[in-house]
Write a protein that binds this ligand. Structure first.
Ligand code: NAP
Length: 300
């Protein structure tokens, strides 16, 4: 069996950057990716806070990452990592169809959208409930829709959707947004966006497809109905970390030290899957670079 120096789990911004640094350090490297190269950012219609690219789509940006990585002969294989076994000097990275033996691992497996776990949410996925405005927004041309959440994702996607739909309601559980100020300014200035403050979704209703939601005002405890054809959920992230037994925080994000080492010697974590103050392409890239250099130093 081939022995790798480093196996990188995930081909988003963190994983691809780690791969570029590992290849330049002449480490035997493979990246394993379960979906397509690029990670969650490929779902972003427009990225304007990654320096060097004043405005670029997430997809185009990640095409450039991949091109640069391929120029260093980075190997990227399809597969879903289901477990990582620590055998001391070696780790066994198990995917759905093969095992990889390696001396170190960088986990850059990212995160996925949280669900609200309210009535109607699972039932109407694909029939009005969506977690991806770029993928599904065009089905709601001319209609009224609801975005749930107050973070960067909710406001970025509300602004994207307002160009397509008739009206965007944004329901947020507080009276203040978490999103970056520049996004807030744009959303407040957008005549097609209306905020529903201090409100949570209690139920998503409809017959064959979404027809509305039941909202609860968390201050007055009053319930109200809102007629919408689509509900876009942006209520945070759940890390893709089930396959690794390293120490995690209460939400499942991997705990790392300043070198991005996890609690398992030789296993490092980078990007959205780890406990961190900021989840951006820019920070994922920094993490990927540091994790690769830390792995190189660990390998000696
Ligand atoms: P986030 O920053 O965690 O925000 C989640 C939002 O959902 C918060 O406003 C939160 O309310 C709300 N929320 C959470 N649980 C809820 C519940 N059960 N019911 C109702 N509301 C709930 O997640 P995100 O916006 O998906 O962003 C994820 C990461 O990606 C962040 O680090 C973000 O900065 C980054 N990102 C950046 C950009 C950009 O820079 N342009 C774009 C997209 C994403 P509270 O505010 O009350 O907690």
């Amino acid at each position: 069996m081939e022995i790798y120096d480093v196996v990188i789990v995930g081909a988003g911004p963190a994983g691809i950057t780690a791969g570029i640094y590992a290849k330049r350090a002449r480490l035997e490297t493979v990246v394993i990716e379960k979906l397509g190269v690029g990670g969650q950012i490929v779902l972003s219609d427009s990225v304007e806070n990654y320096p060097g690219f004043p405005e670029i789509s997430g997809y185009d940006l990640m095409q450039k990452f991949e091109e640069q990585a391929r120029a260093f002969d980075l190997e990227i294989e399809d597969g879903e990592v289901i477990a990582i076994r620590d055998e001391g000097e070696y780790k066994l990275v198990k995917t759905d169809d093969r095992d990889y033996k390696t001396r170190s691992v960088i986990i850059a497996s990212g995160a996925k959208s949280s669900h609200l776990d309210v009535k109607g949410e699972e039932e109407f996925i694909g029939r009005g409930v969506s977690f991806c405005a770029t993928c599904d927004g065009f089905f709601f041309r001319g209609k009224d829709i609801l975005v749930v959440g107050g973070g960067n994702s909710a406001i970025t996607e509300a602004l994207f959707l307002s160009k397509i739909v008739n009206k965007v309601y944004v329901a947020h559980r507080r009276s203040e947004l978490r999103a970056a100020k520049i996004l807030q300014e744009r959303a407040f200035a957008d005549p097609k966006i209306e905020f529903v403050w201090n409100s949570v979704v209690e139920e998503i209703t409809g017959k064959d497809a979404v027809e509305g939601v039941v909202l609860r005002d968390v201050v007055t405890e009053e319930r109200s109905k809102l007629a919408v054809s689509g509900v876009f959920m942006y209520v945070g992230l759940v890390p893709n970390t089930e396959f690794i037994d390293a120490e995690k925080d209460g939400a499942g994000f991997i705990l790392t030290d300043e070198r991005l080492a996890t609690s398992i010697p030789g296993v490092f974590a980078a990007g959205d899957c780890r406990t961190t103050q900021l989840r951006q392409v820019a920070t994922a890239v920094g993490d990927g670079a540091l994790a690769a250099v830390s792995a190189e130093r660990y390998l000696g």
